[in-house]
Design a protein around this ligand. Structure first.
Ligand code: TEU
Ligand code: CA
Length: 556
């Protein structure tokens, strides 16, 4: 495998709106991010992915872009952005932008022009279709609920939106659209961004006939992903995109891909794949309900372990995955993946250990490094997220009570990850001197960066050690390129693996159960590289792990 500049890097996702507000308007900004670059460097971060900061009406928090060439004034100016690029560079850090090109905002100039004349030049930038007998062109349900077709007032036309109706899908069959997008991407790469996280990209290939499918829910609609699943040929679009943009700059790209087809992994992230890497969403997918959040299932440890090892094995000879426990679309990982007895600092460190030391790029999400948790909201009005509102509505329609629907939101809402970053125990967790745009999790008095910076055994200091271990001269190679070999698979609630390359070997052991566990093996002579507890019980032929204990052993 040819080595690439990004193979041994650690990444961190910033959700700019909730990171740090420096002018008291309640919204995080670029100046806030600049002021925390040293914090991130010290944590061990090389690549920073910014969720969208482009001009946007914020119907879907910036994933609805109205001008791809502008920084939204909420976040600052293009000068601020240039300063961020310079300051990151000085610290040998990389800035990666979010690239949202499956759709744009309905306030984008292209769409505004299209609305005026759906049959004209700009109409062909989108998917306008005539309705059928007074109904939409097909029975697709948008990802955020409701029909994926929106009627254009005063015409027979509907336009397609796979997400919110304010996010019309761009027509990737139109060469003019591709040219506009490639020019824009190259403009940002010329500016000095190191690459992109690529949003919802699997959705760009459509079946232009837009056939209806069997309904899959009580609303008589079928998820629009049925159409995505039914078409082939996304690879050609992705290859063309790469050749005209990323490849020319040796850019780093990480794709958000959900419904990839079987055996496509090599085309996506192989040596000459469409992308550098893509997120491993296999654990996240375990929680999917049949109809929505209201019938989502708690995750069982056995499944959690199985799907991670499956991804690790599948990718070994192909490429690298990006490993996450959470992002801005998911609840907090500690709530989702840890059993109740493990929702404490030892447990948070244990989850961090098994995730960060996997083969692939570790992506931390803001607040993960201090163990931020889901936030209890008292009514649907306290939520902001458009997806949460849609899921709440579906839950009520399916017959759940208000309390039950809110519970489903507590377990699944994207706003769990979007509450402001908890910097210290002053008002609003030190995030803003004004009124934060979204509720601050009341647990900030106990869980915040300041408290944890000053405490050697904190979750924050443990994450620093984890990332430092990946970069340690003696272990960097094996932790970057070494295979991930599952261990103790017949032991329930034990997450264990070795990272192996040539004659080098690192062993990671974690006890997710609520009882002490004895694992047979010769560990006594190995150096202990990390231990999330003070002690460890070793005998010549075994090791005993306390509940929530995670230990990393090095080379003899
Ligand atoms: O997400 C795409 C996507 O598939 C998610 O919306 C997912 O279905 C949902 O979050 C499950 O809870 C990307 C962005 O990450 C997301 O924030 C945007 O809302 C979406 O695209 C539209 O741009
Ligand atoms: Ca601000």
């Amino acid at each position: 495998m040819n080595k690439k500049w990004w193979h041994d890097k650690a990444a961190y996702q910033i959700y700019p709106k909730s990171f740090l507000d420096t002018n008291g308007d309640g919204i995080g900004d670029l100046k806030g991010i600049i002021s925390k670059l040293d914090y991130l460097k010290d944590l061990g971060i090389d690549i920073i992915w910014l969720s969208p900061i482009y001009q946007s009406p914020f119907v879907d928090q910036g994933y609805d872009i109205s001008d791809y060439y502008k920084i939204d004034e909420k976040f600052g100016t293009m000068d601020d952005f240039d300063t961020l690029l310079d300051e990151a560079k000085k610290r040998d850090m990389h800035i990666v932008m979010d690239l949202v090109i499956n759709h744009c905002s309905d306030k984008h100039e292209w769409f505004q022009k299209a609305l005026q004349d759906p049959e004209g030049e700009y109409g062909d930038y989108f998917y306008f279709r005539k309705g059928k007998n007074g109904n939409p062109p097909s029975n697709y349900r948008a990802y955020f609920g409701g029909s994926a077709w929106e009627k254009v007032e005063g015409t027979d036309y509907y336009y397609l939106h796979m997400f919110a109706k304010q996010q019309p899908d761009l027509n990737w069959n139109n060469p003019k659209v591709l040219k506009e997008l490639y020019t824009m991407i190259n403009w940002w790469l010329n500016k000095g961004v190191s690459g992109f996280r690529i949003d919802a990209i699997i959705n760009i290939k459509k079946d232009p006939e837009f056939k209806s499918f069997e309904p899959d829910g009580p609303d008589g609609l079928t998820s629009v992903c049925r159409m995505v699943d039914s078409v082939d040929g996304v690879g050609e679009l992705l290859e063309d995109l790469k050749k005209n943009t990323f490849e020319k700059y040796d850019a780093f790209t990480v794709a958000e891909v959900f419904n990839m087809k079987k055996d496509e992994l090599i085309e996506f992230v192989g040596e000459n794949g469409h992308f550098s890497t893509m997120f491993d969403f296999s654990t996240h997918q375990l929680s999917f309900g049949e109809h929505g959040w209201y019938d989502s299932k708690p995750i069982q440890f056995e499944d959690f372990r199985r799907v991670i090892f499956h991804s690790q094995t599948e990718c070994l000879d192909i490429g690298f995955l990006a490993n996450i426990i959470e992002n801005h679309d998911e609840p907090r990982g500690v709530n989702r993946y840890l059993p109740k007895h493990a929702r404490n600092e030892a447990g948070f460190k244990m989850l961090g250990t098994v995730s960060v030391l996997l083969r692939g790029l570790p992506f931390l999400y803001q607040g993960q490094e201090i163990g931020m948790q889901n936030c209890r909201m008292n009514s649907i009005d306290e939520y902001d997220d458009i997806n949460t509102k849609g899921e709440y509505k579906m839950a009520l329609e399916a017959g759940l009570s208000d309390r039950e629907a809110l519970e489903a939101c507590y377990e699944n809402s994207r706003d769990n990850a979007r509450t402001p970053m908890q910097w210290d125990d002053s008002a609003n967790a030190g995030f803003s001197s004004g009124t934060p745009w979204l509720k601050v999790n009341p647990n900030y008095k106990d869980i915040n960066v300041k408290e944890q910076s000053g405490r050697p055994d904190s979750v924050l200091n443990y994450y620093k050690k984890l990332l430092a271990l990946r970069k340690n001269d003696s272990y960097r190679e094996v932790l970057t390129y070494g295979a991930c070999i599952p261990m103790y698979l017949d032991e329930d609630n034990i997450f264990a693996y070795a990272r192996e390359k040539d004659n080098h070997k690192v062993i990671v052991l974690a006890n997710f159960s609520d009882k002490p566990r004895v694992l047979n093996g010769d560990f006594a002579n190995r150096p202990i590289l990390l231990n999330n507890m003070e002690n460890i019980t070793l005998s010549p032929s075994s090791v005993t792990l306390m509940p929530c204990q995670a230990v990393v052993f090095g080379e003899i």
